[in-house]
Design a protein around this ligand. Structure first.
Ligand code: ATP
Ligand code: MG
Length: 183
């Protein structure tokens, strides 16, 4: 499984629709300060379901929508789609290629899509559970995060190992079953 492409339209500094294509290997993104390198990483985090504006370096969710410049009017929505190669079927879905998309309007209305079909955030989370991808996964390591892992509490570090071992879904189900019993 690897990231094949990212489509961004109206997200942060990307007013024009752009498509970045990747290959099975290492890609570096270089550019001057403020040119939008981190915004690409934010776009990936966002489409994977990031709910915290702070994690996306903003103060409210609307901050992800292109806010306009002196030469260009603001846009009404932000859209990001990532396409993953799934020919090894690491993602539990029958397709060889999986596209996850998210769109949000200034009104706050938003939607997620998996291969063009509207779905809930829960479906996106479940698709990536135990893969290391996803907003809580270790596939995106932000600035300062290594330090946090090294100096973090053992319980927090344990979560990382659980995800790598692929047992988060079982823990989640056990928790849900126990909770139901109590009710
Ligand atoms: P550095 O090398 O300093 O880390 P970078 O290439 O990572 O820079 P980013 O942080 O990705 O740069 O991009 C910052 C730019 O994105 C700023 O110029 C900021 O004005 C712009 N930006 C962020 N949010 C929006 C938005 N909603 N609308 C328009 N522009 C935005
Ligand atoms: Mg940056």
């Amino acid at each position: 499984m690897y990231l094949k492409s990212i489509e961004i339209h109206g997200f942060k500094s990307f007013a024009n629709k752009i498509i970045l294509e990747f290959h099975d290997g290492i890609t570096g993104i270089v550019g001057p300060n403020g040119s939008g390198k981190s915004n690409v990483a934010d776009a990936v985090r966002w489409v994977l379901g990031e709910q915290s504006a702070k994690q996306l370096r903003g103060s409210k969710m609307e901050d992800v929508i292109f806010a306009g410049t002196q030469a260009r009017k603001p846009l009404g929505y932000a859209y990001v789609a990532i396409t993953l190669d799934n020919s090894d079927h690491k993602l539990p879905i029958e397709f060889d290629e999986v596209t996850i998309a998210r769109r949000v309007y200034r009104s706050g209305e938003s939607e997620y899509l998996i291969n063009g079909t509207s779905c809930r955030l829960k479906d996106v989370n479940e698709l990536f559970m135990d893969t290391g991808i996803g907003k809580e996964g270790y596939s995106i390591i932000g600035q300062g995060q290594i330090d946090k892992i090294l100096s973090g509490k053992p319980e927090d570090r344990r979560e990382l190992f659980d995800e790598a071992a692929g047992i988060v879904k079982f823990k989640r189900r056990k928790y849900a079953a126990e909770k139901n019993l109590e009710e």
